[in-house]
Design a protein around this ligand. Structure first.
Ligand code: P6P
Length: 338
């Protein structure tokens, strides 16, 4: 049961029993993420004022300059998820290897693993374009002790028990699901509470917005090129509108609300695409399916892909079901075999 303007805290408590494993620990986990998001939001919102801009000088495993806010966001979320006796391991875009967290109580076993992109789209920070945090939550598979990468982290996205994103934009929002629909909460910065602003989000089956970096067009494989030309053709309800913010959480959120498709295809320059399966594509795919949409690598559901390594990239097509069906049609017609 969702009530508009409920606070996130009230919502978590009221809906806890609907969660399959309701022991209160997942609620505590979502609360920890909520609190860390407030701290990161505070820093992001004043980024233009404080000497926190500019690369921290290091580069992360992606070979990208680490913006200072990347480093701060990573620290804040790891801090919030540690020492709460809930999480046994964290994998982050900013960490080469996963972090193992041991329980302080030898008779207690922390149940969950969290995979996170602490500040996605951080290259937008310096130009005041919205950025986001994306998170994915699984129950551990190994029974006790230090988590094991293969069993506990490299689980297919279908096994997620919760996933969500935070957008630090014109307003700060948390959008998440624990497998029982998708709900969006907007932060009232005056009092520091999140309010239920988008109950039970459903992605329209059809949309008129396509979102892709057309600067890579010449490097795309033929099927994707054909689909983009289809979107641009004067016919029926087309041409569609092209919108590309360059921040996955924002492009995805717009398509969730208005309908549309987000694409990050593979190309001759990026043979597996750019987006990371575990902490970008899987959480977004979980939300898309929970909201009646679809997420594919062009051939199969994102959520059914068996991960092979922590920072694995996959081609990504996600949003309105009929639009994802259509791009799959073009891709598979041009190249039947993946
Ligand atoms: P490009 C940000 O770096 C990101 O991971 C997503 O948030 C965004 O959609 C994409 O990459 C932008 O990549 O190659 O178009 O700049």
């Amino acid at each position: 049961m969702t009530k508009k303007n409920q606070t996130l805290g009230e919502f978590i408590i009221e809906n806890q029993t609907s969660f399959q494993y309701s022991t209160g620990e997942l609620s505590k986990l979502i609360n920890a993420i909520r609190l860390a998001a407030k701290v990161v939001n505070h820093e992001v919102s004043k980024a233009g004022l404080v000497d926190i801009l500019g690369a921290a000088g290091d580069t992360n495993i992606q070979g990208e300059d680490q913006q200072k806010l990347d480093v701060l966001a990573n620290e804040k979320f790891i801090q919030a998820l540690t020492n709460r006796e809930i999480v046994c391991g964290i994998a982050s875009e900013e960490e080469d290897e996963f972090i193992s967290i041991n329980s302080n109580d030898k008779n207690h076993q922390n149940k969950y693993v969290v995979l996170i992109d602490p500040l996605d789209g951080s290259s937008n920070i310096d130009v005041n374009v919205s950025v986001g945090t994306i998170f994915s939550i699984y129950r551990r598979v190994t029974p006790i002790g230090t988590p094991v990468q293969l069993e506990d982290f490299l689980q297919p996205g279908r096994n997620q028990v919760a996933a969500g994103y935070i957008i630090y934009g014109t307003s700060t929002m948390i959008v998440y699901s624990t497998g029982d629909g998708v709900n969006g909460f907007t932060l009232n910065p005056a009092i520091g509470s999140y309010y239920l602003s988008n109950p039970d989000i459903k992605i329209p089956e059809d949309g008129k917005i396509y979102s892709v970096n057309e600067g890579h067009y010449v490097h795309f494989h033929q099927g994707v090129k054909d689909y983009i030309k289809y979107c641009q053709k004067e016919e029926g309800d087309r041409p569609y509108t092209s919108r590309y913010i360059g921040s996955l959480a924002s492009d995805f959120h717009r398509n969730m609300i208005k309908g549309g498709i987000y694409m990050y295809p593979k190309s001759s320059k990026q043979e597996e695409g750019k987006l990371r399966l575990l902490y970008e594509c899987n959480p977004m795919a979980f939300l898309a399916e929970q909201a009646g949409g679809k997420a594919s690598d062009g051939y199969m559901p994102i959520l059914d892909i068996q991960p092979k390594e922590l920072h694995q990239r996959v081609p990504f097509f996600c949003g309105s079901k009929n639009m994802v069906d259509k791009v799959e049609e073009f891709i598979q017609k041009a190249n039947p075999k993946q």
